[in-house]
Design a protein. Structure first.
Length: 284
């Protein structure tokens, strides 16, 4: 392993310990208080991470590197079961916050997939791919989660997906609204994120938001520990059916868009939504 890879592994192990040790959490919070905590600085840090990831072909995740570049890689769960549940053969998928290489597999039995990948750092990521001579199966294009309708004007998708990205955005509530707006009636928004990542990371860097599943409802808290908590399941009632579940590490959310559902701001309060029947089959 290269020195850069060993350093990243050390950081990753420290992050795991941070979640267990109150003393370590206190010490890290005091150190971080001395550093500038600006979004611009941390976005540059994201580019630096992916630079090292590409330079080492995955840091200490070489299988992930190979999978993302494999044009025949199979779609993983829970997305695979969602694809099985859809009657259409030709499916268009949008991956929001995809990084330089989308994590979505490129093939699935009985389906023809057309994947669009977007990221706010797409220009920087594509420069990195060119730097290392990497030709991606799907090239990421620029779009902000909060402005998808404006930047992908006129486009709609059967599945709109985000994995470990929306909780790093400036405004995930606006991002959810935009993702649902670009979803075709009967389609799904699929979210996969670490549970309460803001709390785990002491609300530092891009980790300002908490995603949780509480009593079967998808809840978003933030920004920061004092930010309001929003019941997204209730907010989307009438427009979509929401199901969420947790495996103790990640929160999984499937939002099934109703036919001809009006898209208004998710900041308003609605009534209880029901469980999404399509998503129920995807739990593992």
């Amino acid at each position: 392993m290269t020195p850069s890879g060993r350093f990243q592994l050390l950081v990753w192990r420290l992050r795991l310990q941070l979640r267990k040790s109150e003393l370590l959490r206190w010490l890290v919070s005091r150190i971080r208080a001395l550093l500038p905590d600006t979004r611009e600085r941390h976005l540059r840090g994201e580019v630096g991470f992916w630079d090292r990831w590409l330079a080492t072909q995955g840091l200490h995740w070489p299988d992930d590197y190979e999978y993302r570049l494999d044009p025949s890689g199979a779609v993983h769960e829970p997305l695979a079961s969602i694809l099985d549940s859809m009657a259409k053969t030709d499916l268009e998928i949008l991956d929001v916050g995809a990084g330089p290489l989308t994590v979505i597999g490129k093939t699935h039995p009985g389906k023809r997939l057309s994947i669009t990948a977007t990221d706010v750092l797409a220009r920087e990521y594509n420069a990195l791919l060119d730097k290392f001579g990497v030709s991606p199966p799907v090239r990421t294009q620029f779009a902000e989660a909060e402005k998808l309708r404006e930047q992908l004007a006129g486009r709609h998708f059967d599945i709109v997906h985000a994995q470990n990205s929306l909780d790093h955005s400036a405004d995930p509530m606006a991002g959810i609204e935009e993702m649902l707006a670009l979803t075709r009636p009967g389609g799904l928004v699929v979210l996969i994120h670490e549970e309460n990542e803001g709390q785990n990371e002491l609300y530092y860097a891009l980790h300002k938001w908490d995603f949780a599943c509480e009593d079967g409802h998808f809840v978003v808290g933030g920004p920061g520990p004092d930010g309001p908590r929003r019941d997204v399941t209730e907010m989307l009632a009438g427009k979509a059916e929401v199901e969420c579940w947790s495996d103790g590490e990640c929160v999984y959310v499937a939002v099934a868009k109703k036919a001809q559902a009006p898209i208004s701001s998710t900041r308003s309060t609605g009534r209880h939504g029901s469980r999404a029947p399509v998503a129920a089959a995807t739990r593992r």
